[in-house]
Design a binder for this molecule. Structure first.
Ligand code: 2PG
Ligand code: MG
Length: 425
């Protein structure tokens, strides 16, 4: 006989993500409560990510996830009904073994992750606690520094900026709520500066809610953000800048060169270019400076800039413990981006964060460019003590869903919560 905390039923459906593409939403029902979760989807994906199962064919231009939804309703439901809703590891490992492939390509990482996340929420709701408490029950919680993507380029926007993301990081705030206020103020100052200097067309936004001005050069984008920080009354120490180059997207495998800022560059020349940008703009974070297999180039820039800059690996690691281990061996970076859907279960995501922490690296919990209104990652970042959370501009519903959830979490924790900012500045 099932007790009240066992999984009684699992449901799933197709819903739309923020780019208007279908994605998987699942519901896990325990005797006491229900948990609902939906999965995000990337545009600049790492080659080694777990597989996002898409239908192909004509419906939704091939982007349908009816097969993944079918897998939740069929194989996954049959496999997990009866398991304890609060034994996340057992549940996740059951689904991993039902799939049986290294990249979750049989059932789809989107199917498996939706159930994994929904189950964590069902457990929290069954116990009457917030999700972050369910994910980690003890210890002092530290709220992450928001990394807000205020200018979009690369595959996230229709402009000519090769660098994908230009981020503001309010490390000088005294709380997460204050950081979110500072971020919103800088975002609006930037909007005014872009309108007055480049006209109203410059404030159209990209996939993550950041502006997509008609710039070509990395320096133009960073320069206007720096102006916005100062126009908002903040110093460069209080609000740091960062970039996600997503360099695989401007790397040409044939020539071995990167095309950025009007030049085709070798890895070495690109490192020099980043070093100059770092010196000029005091970049606190540089994500994916090189393509996703360039462990040695990553190690070289980390050695050179890593004392004061977080070199973050995203596409190179894809939240995969085996690849992060390789990175640790090679001293490739000093920080790692964490995305649930790159690996496909909550437990494996927790393991990736734990491994990074043990190596002294900085974990950065991240959204995807295609998101839903699900605020799961706000809880994940709080529960596992991520130093940063990257979840887009302080605008657009699917982005602010996460920032607003952090406000609620901080309010719930009151003085019991710290803010990760100060030590990072
Ligand atoms: C990234 C992400 C999120 P995408 O590269 O870090 O900002 O983009 O989801 O398109 O991979
Ligand atoms: Mg990235």
């Amino acid at each position: 006989m099932a007790v009240k905390t066992n999984i009684l039923d699992v449901r799933a459906r197709q819903v739309l993500d923020s780019r208007g593409n279908p994605t998987v939403e699942a519901e896990v029902e325990s005797g006491r409560a229900m948990g609902r979760a939906s999965v995000p989807s990337g545009a600049s994906k790492g080659r080694h990510e777990a597989l996002e199962l898409r239908d192909g064919g004509e419906r939704f231009h091939g982007m349908g996830v009816a097969k993944a939804v079918g897998n939740v309703r069929g194989a996954l439901r049959r496999g997990v009904v009866g398991l304890r809703v609060d034994d996340q590891r057992r549940l996740d490992h059951k689904m991993i073994s039902l799939d049986g492939t290294p990249d979750k390509s049989k059932l789809g990482a989107n199917a498996i992750l939706a159930v994994s996340m929904a189950s964590a929420k069902a457990a929290a709701n069954s116990n009457g606690v917030s999700l972050f408490v369910q994910l980690r029950k003890s210890g002092r919680y530290i709220l992450p520094v928001p990394m807000m993507n205020v200018i979009n380029g690369g595959e996230h926007a229709g402009n000519d900026l090769a660098v994908q993301e230009f981020l503001i990081e309010p490390v000088g705030a005294s709380s997460c709520a204050e950081a979110i206020r500072m971020g919103s103020e800088v975002y609006h100052s930037l909007k005014a500066i872009l309108v007055s200097e480049h006209g109203r067309g410059a404030i159209n936004v990209g996939d993550e809610g950041g502006f997509a001005p008609p710039f070509r050069l990395t320096r133009e984008a960073l320069g206007s953000i720096r102006k916005a920080v100062s126009a908002s009354g903040y110093s460069e120490k209080e609000v740091k800048l960062g970039i996600d180059a997503a360099a695989s997207t401007f790397y040409d495998e044939k020539s071995g060169r990167y095309t950025l800022d009007g030049h085709a560059m070798s890895g070495e020349a690109l490192e020099d270019h980043y070093a100059r940008l770092r010196d000029e703009f005091g970049l606190l974070t540089i994500e994916d400076p090189f393509h996703e297999e360039a462990f040695d180039d990553f190690a070289s820039i980390t050695k050179r800039l890593g004392r004061s800059t977080k070199v973050i690996g995203d596409d190179i690691y894809v939240t995969n413990v085996a690849r992060i281990k390789l990175g640790i061996e090679k001293k490739a970076t000093n920080a790692v981006l964490i995305k649930l859907n790159q690996i496909g279960t909550v437990s494996e995501t927790e393991d990736a964060i734990g491994l990074a922490r043990a190596a002294g690296w900085t974990p950065v919990v991240s959204h995807r460019s295609g998101e839903t209104e699900d605020p799961f990652i706000a809880h994940l970042a709080t529960a596992f003590g991520a130093d940063f959370i990257k979840t887009g501009a302080p605008a657009r519903g699917e982005r602010v869903a996460k920032y607003n959830e952090l406000l609620r979490i901080e309010e719930e924790l009151r003085s019991k919560a710290g803010y990760a900012g100060r030590e990072l500045g």
